[in-house]
Design a protein around this ligand. Structure first.
Ligand SMILES: CC(C)(COP(=O)(O)OP(=O)(O)OC[C@H]1O[C@@H](n2cnc3c(N)ncnc32)[C@H](O)[C@@H]1OP(=O)(O)O)[C@@H](O)C(=O)NCCC(=O)NCCS
Length: 151
């Protein structure tokens, strides 16, 4: 990801339906800019733009959350259901080779749960997560990808 990708990614993360699915609150312009300024200059963050037919359709990133290497991704709603997230995560797991890798999705986010499972992540349980500025309270599905797992 490069700074030129950010206006498009900002617009994608405002989508109410995507936020309902992911159980997230969209970032404000200020919060978004601060988040990505930090992330793009942090050598511990690996972020990639996802393109389809030459168009920027989303992003995927590996970052440290609660001391664990974690992955997250977001696809523009206009491109859902085309196998893009599954393909992007599969390829990303060839770029980011550290294991274990962790991921969390709202339990209700059937699409994301399916993407993770297809790529070899194993469900380790469910945890209740209290509301934060970024996330409404929800039950989260907790996943891990161990070394040697298929991706
Ligand atoms: C979740 C998300 C990444 C899925 O992206 P996508 O490119 O549409 O996913 P894919 O096309 O690769 O679909 C993967 C699988 O999930 C299934 N799926 C996708 N959306 C689904 C939904 N809403 N309900 C049930 N299953 C769904 C697909 O049928 C497919 O399963 P299959 O291969 O068995 O047919 C996308 O909807 C998104 O960005 N949502 C908003 C942000 C978000 O939730 N990010 C993840 C936060 S943890």
């Amino acid at each position: 990801m490069v700074p030129g990708d950010l206006p498009t990614i900002y617009a994608y993360q405002l989508d109410p339906e995507a936020n309902r699915m992911a159980v997230t609150n969209p970032r404000t312009r200020e919060g978004f800019d601060a988040h990505w300024a930090r992330s793009l200059s942090d050598p511990g963050v690996i972020a990639r733009a996802i393109t389809a037919d030459g168009e920027l359709v989303g992003h995927i990133a590996c970052f440290v959350m609660d001391g664990r290497d974690s992955v997250g991704y977001w696809i523009d709603r206009a491109h859902w259901g085309r196998g893009i997230a599954s393909a992007a995560l599969g390829r990303f797991l060839g770029i980011v080779t550290k294991r274990p890798l962790h991921a969390r999705a709202a339990r209700s986010n059937a699409g994301s749960v399916r993407v993770l499972t297809k790529c070899g992540f194993v469900l380790t349980g469910y945890e209740w997560a209290e509301a934060t500025e970024r996330f409404p309270a929800c039950e989260e599905a907790v996943f891990v990808l161990e070394s040697g797992a298929a991706s």
